[in-house]
Design a protein around this ligand. Structure first.
Ligand SMILES: [Zn+2]
Length: 176
């Protein structure tokens, strides 16, 4: 074996190591950090995690181009074990941003997948596992006086300042 061919073999194994994560958490945190770096923070962004040989792989990130709801149906398949999406931090959404919505929880319950969510208000990454977490364990009060029950799941990560979208006007809104 020449030095050249040994080096290229090492490069290939390095690329494989970068693309496949050992745990679902690591894959989802990577996906959400990618979303935090490139997505327009006015729109929800998301993707899925697939089980592959040796670990877990992150899909591309898509955006709804709307403040609420990103449709990940095109990504879903039998190999999908988890999904992830962002919650925008607008005046209207500030109260809800740190919680999984009832719709979020229902999707993960129905598909038997784990949900990961990045709040663009507190920049925490949260995990909701329908087999472990209650869907409605947190009481949320609205200004109207209404109370709803939502879940925050569990915090599994955080996106630091320097990894957040520097200028959303220049950010790529759609990456596949
Ligand atoms: Zn959501």
């Amino acid at each position: 074996m020449t030095i050249g061919s040994r080096m290229s073999a090492q490069m290939i194994s390095l690329l494989a190591a970068l693309a496949v994560f050992a745990t679902v958490d690591e894959a989802a945190i990577s996906g959400l950090k990618h979303a935090a770096a490139i997505c327009n923070p006015r729109y929800e962004c998301g993707g899925v995690i697939r089980a592959v040989a040796g670990g877990f792989e992150v899909s591309g990130v898509i955006t709804s181009r709307r403040p609420f709801g990103v449709d990940l149906a095109e990504f879903y398949g039998p190999d999908v074990v988890a999904d992830f999406h962002t919650h925008v931090c607008s005046i209207h959404n500030r109260v809800f941003a740190d919680f999984f919505s009832p719709a979020d929880a229902i999707v993960n319950q129905g598909l038997h997948t784990v949900g990961y969510m990045l709040s663009l208000c507190d920049w925490n990454i949260r995990r909701y596992d329908p087999s472990q977490d209650e869907r409605d364990d947190e009481e949320v009060d609205f200004r109207s006086g209404r109370v709803v029950y939502l879940t925050t799941g569990h915090i599994v990560g955080w996106v630091p300042d320097e990894e957040r979208t520097p200028d959303w006007q220049g950010a790529i809104a759609l990456v596949r």
